[in-house]
Design a protein around this ligand. Structure first.
Ligand SMILES: Nc1ncnc2c1ncn2[C@@H]1O[C@H](COP(=O)(O)OP(=O)(O)OP(=O)(O)O)[C@@H](O)[C@H]1O
Ligand SMILES: [Mg+2]
Length: 135
């Protein structure tokens, strides 16, 4: 691991359909440098869903994304100023085309949650932990 490489990356941006692709590339580069390639797929997948939710559900499409390295894994936080808070995910009806994003986050991440931000908005976050049972 490159000791000079920062342990977190933060960007503030207005997102559109193409944004998740750029952020996935940043995640790949960061996690390679952090020696956490094994978490790339899960971190990319969950981040893609959170960014897509900002595109779809946040009126000004603006958010701050923080990608952090923890001792045992990654933590990503996506903060936006919309006061609407995601409802706990429920299994959608088979013919529903919506309502799967947060279920996917729940499936690939080890922990996730929503924290209200004092003054308005909220942070949707997740963590992916490295497996300790591997040789
Ligand atoms: N950042 C957000 N701001 C406001 N509401 C949100 C946000 N993220 C999610 N939600 C709410 O939570 C619901 C569930 O989100 P989820 O990502 O699971 O489904 P979806 O975005 O509706 O559909 P899909 O992700 O399957 O395309 C959304 O329909 C929306 O009402
Ligand atoms: Mg979604």
């Amino acid at each position: 691991m490159n000791a000079n490489f920062p342990h977190q990356y933060r960007m503030s941006l207005t997102v559109a359909a193409h944004s998740a692709r750029h952020i996935r590339r940043i995640i790949r580069t960061l996690l390679k440098d952090w020696g956490m390639d094994d978490l790339t797929d899960a971190t990319q997948t969950a981040t893609t869903e959170l960014i897509s939710n900002v595109v779809r559900h946040v009126p000004d499409h603006h958010c701050t994304v923080r990608i952090a390295r923890h001792e045992t894994g990654t933590r990503v936080e996506v903060t936006d100023m919309s006061s609407a808070v995601p409802a706990p995910p429920r299994t959608p009806s088979p013919d529903s085309e919506r309502g799967r994003g947060l279920l996917l986050v729940e499936a690939v991440a080890d922990k996730w949650g929503v924290d209200k931000v004092p003054g308005g908005g909220k942070t949707v976050w997740f963590e992916c932990h490295q497996r300790t049972d591997r040789p």
